[in-house]
Ligand binder design. Structure first.
Ligand code: PHE
Length: 434
């Protein structure tokens, strides 16, 4: 069977941005900017995006396009020792990321449905977080999110994934722009903006800030040696990798930035504290919406945007696993998507049953394993695999279809500097406890 490819350049970019834009942008980024010194976090983030993030995307797409495979095939073909097994480890990461992601997607669907059918008063955020968020009653909502993901992935690369992203990604931007305009018109907007944007200069020079910015960026760009390798493997030779990387990197960052512009003015305007983490979106925002004129509609638009961002990312997670199964067995795409989706559901269930592992709630445990312990290794392996294939060959390959001449410095940058940086953040985050 011939390998599917993306239908159009626009479709590919919408899909790449769809994967990149997710909870990392709307939930994590504003909170990081808030706690890591406002604009003092943005400055390192942008510097790292230009110097490393764009290279990361080019490395992963080039590896995928050259080997026509996801991590299992790519690492194996590149001749990395134990390549196949490292590839399987990469798949396992995505499997676990999908497991915790799907639970949060379930929360979004539940909020949306409560708002649509019961109005704002049907959302009792305090009670939700205290007793419902991790209870068996969430299983149904989580299942709905997984079922939507399975449906899109089972339709295939062009007719499922690309088509869904072609619709959801532009709509997501429109929703976010509307929400930003609304937030910027709230009374007392300045307080929120200054919390969000005034730089705390001390943080700018703290290595911790730079490390957090780097790991945040890898997760946000979906560069863990998995998704972007698979997405690259569906790229035609004539497509422009470097320009697509620049557009994707900035498209992703724009959403993160807008999310902060939406959240902070609203939170401050109604006298709430900008708490960190999941509570900001799931506990505080619904209360903000209750007080805001037209809050029901704003709330629905916000959770719809969040849902689109989440689904286009979860699709990319499931696709990594489905692609691996399809490339190594005769199992059909539909069957692989259903089987793996159900397996993810089962693996995530202990978080709804109050299970703890190694003294951590199961939910935190799978987040730790997937994003801190093994995720970054995937990015490292992708860079090493490309180096093993030969950086001159890779350079020649990436130049194909490119409308710009890539500076020659890309070669030592991608081969040495980039993997060293990944290794340093990995070790730093491990030692500092993620
Ligand atoms: N980039 C996604 C986000 O920001 C998460 C993700 C990571 C998706 C790795 C796919 C692969 O939420």
């Amino acid at each position: 069977m011939t390998r599917e490819t993306w239908n159009s350049k626009r479709g590919f970019i919408a899909t790449a941005i769809g994967s990149a834009v997710g909870l990392g942008n709307i939930w994590m980024f504003p909170w990081r900017v808030g706690t890591e010194g406002g604009a003092a976090f943005l400055i390192p983030y942008i510097i790292l995006l230009v110097s490393i993030g764009i290279v990361a995307l080019t490395v992963e797409w080039t590896l995928g396009r050259m080997t026509k495979g996801g991590p299992v095939v790519a690492f194996e073909k590149a001749g990395l020792p134990f390549g196949k097994y490292f590839g399987i480890l990469g798949n396992f990461t995505m499997f676990l990321v999908f497991a915790f992601y799907s639970l949060i997607i379930g929360w979004m669907i539940m909020y949306l449905s409560n708002m649509l059918f019961g109005g704002l008063s049907a959302v009792d955020a305090g009670q939700f977080l205290a007793s419902q968020a991790f209870s068996p009653s969430m299983a149904m909502w989580q299942f709905v999110g997984i079922a939507i993901t399975i449906f899109i992935v089972s339709k295939g690369v062009k007719r499922g994934i690309e088509k869904a992203n072609n619709f959801m990604t532009p709509v997501l931007y429109i929703l976010l722009i509307l929400l930003t305009i609304n937030s910027l018109m709230l009374p007392g907007v300045n307080e929120g903006l200054s919390f969000y944007l005034l730089p705390d200069m001390e943080k700018l020079f703290s290595p911790g800030t730079w490390m957090i910015a780097l790991s945040q960026m890898f997760f946000s760009l979906s560069c863990l040696g998995t998704t972007m390798v698979v997405y690259g493997s569906y790229l035609k030779e004539k497509e422009d990798i470097p320009v697509s990387a620049v557009v994707t990197a900035f498209g992703d960052t724009l959403v993160a930035f807008l999310a902060g512009l939406i959240i902070f003015p609203a939170v401050f305007s109604f006298g709430f504290a900008p708490e960190a983490g999941p509570t900001l979106i799931f506990a505080i925002l619904p209360e903000v919406f209750q007080q805001m004129p037209g809050g029901l509609y704003i709330g629905i638009l916000f959770f719809l945007a969040l849902l689109f961002a989440g689904i286009t990312s979860s699709v990319s997670m499931l696709e990594v696993c489905v692609e691996a199964v399809m490339s190594k067995t005769n199992i059909s795409r539909t069957l692989a998507a259903i089987g793996l989706g159900l397996a993810v559901f089962l693996v995530s269930l202990p978080s709804l049953l109050g299970v703890t592992l190694f003294g951590m709630p199961y939910f935190d445990f799978i987040i730790y394993i997937s994003t801190v312990l093994i995720g970054p290794l995937g990015a490292l392996l992708a860079a090493l695999a490309l180096g093993k294939i030969g950086i001159d060959k890779a350079y020649e390959h990436i130049q194909r279809g490119a409308s710009v001449k890539i500076p020659k410095i890309w070669k030592p940058w991608a081969k040495y500097f980039y993997p060293i940086v990944v290794l340093v953040i990995y070790l730093y985050t491990l030692v500092n406890g993620g």
